[in-house]
Design a protein around this ligand. Structure first.
Ligand code: ADP
Length: 310
């Protein structure tokens, strides 16, 4: 059995317009790298974090919390050391904490001969998410672990469905460097929705899922509308309406808030359009004068990947 594994754990876009709290997808060009190795002492030790100032203490780092949750269901007489090369900025809205939580449990599972399935790993990784945001949500860790698009149909019992991804589907994501606390973004949401909006929302979820199964880009585009979270949350993101309009003008199928923001994603048919959309986003944010990162990516259908196995 291997002693050490180096992995890529992807950034993820949760919510996906009409799929508020239930849909997510994984990216390919942005993610954390992690090295996980067996160690003689039992338990978990985070030995190194590169790129961001995050706690090494396992009770304060989502990777430690997720990994310990998993170890409680094993009976091992050795432990693990974790190194994190943090490429995804925390609080970006593209699943920074999820990449660490999911990556830690996925890598440990591989090192011990894969006794757990993806659904178990989601369950463990959700405990890391609970540390980061206060709720054990799965909409980022599920696409990181399953790859592609995932639907959380139910939490109790946990029921996650992987949805196929059309071949040419690409995502463009801009991360404006402002801070939006998930808790503030939650507070903006109303407790109740009108029947009219609920009906439109679930019609669009059905449309989006059908479009993904049928490779129907036009249907995907028609369905990427959010009547529940975006009208409230977009107020927290400077220039959101202009960015969205510019993305649609540049040929995006649709555009919305990634997670609870501040990142904004657009889905596109093909790389050429995805790059045009990236230029449109860049153009608007350069004028606003807020620093930003942009990622143009295929949908990552595999999720977490092995980089090295020693
Ligand atoms: P995002 O908005 O990109 O999904 P989150 O809000 O989920 O990011 O997570 C960021 C929070 O989680 C921060 O408060 C951060 O300090 C905490 N955190 C703890 N451990 C980690 C880790 N390994 N990676 C990222 N964030 C972590």
């Amino acid at each position: 059995m291997k002693k050490e594994i180096k992995i890529f754990s992807p950034a993820t876009v949760a919510n996906v317009s009409c799929g508020f709290d239930v849909l997510g997808f994984a990216l390919d060009t942005i993610g954390d790298e992690m090295v996980v190795r067996k160690a003689p002492q039992k338990g978990i030790k985070i030995t190194k974090i590169i790129g961001q100032d995050l706690p090494l203490e396992i009770s304060k780092n989502v990777a430690g919390v997720a990994a310990l949750t998993m170890l409680k269901e094993t009976n091992l007489d050795f432990g693990f050391e974790i190194e994190i090369n943090k490429q995804i900025k925390p609080g970006s809205g593209i699943g920074s904490s999820a990449a660490s939580s999911a990556g830690a449990v996925w890598a440990i599972n591989k090192l011990i001969g894969s006794p757990f399935n993806n659904l178990d790993l989601v369950r463990f990784a959700m405990e890391g998410e609970k540390l980061a945001s206060g709720t054990a949500h799965a909409d980022n860790v599920a696409p990181a672990l399953f790859g592609g698009f995932t639907l959380i149909r139910s939490y109790n019992p946990l029921d996650i469905i992987k949805i196929p991804t059309p071949k040419n589907l690409m995502a463009t994501v801009i991360h404006p460097q402002i801070e939006i606390k998930t808790s503030d973004a939650r507070k903006l949401l109303r407790e109740t929705v009108t029947l009219k909006n609920a009906t439109k929302q679930w019609a669009n979820v059905g449309g989006l899922i059908s479009g993904l199964y049928a490779n129907d880009y036009n249907l995907i585009g028609r369905s990427l509308k959010d009547y529940i979270a975006e009208p409230e949350r977009s107020k927290l993101i400077p220039g959101f309406d202009n960015v969205k309009q510019a993305c649609l003008n540049a040929g995006a199928l649709g555009c919305g808030i990634s997670g609870s923001g501040p990142s904004i994603f657009a889905l596109c048919n093909g790389e050429k359009t995805a790059i045009k959309v990236s230029d449109a986003m860049e153009n608007i944010y350069s004028k606003i004068g807020i620093a930003f990162d942009i990622h143009v990516s295929k949908i990552n259908n595999k999720g977490i990947k092995i980089l090295e196995n020693r």
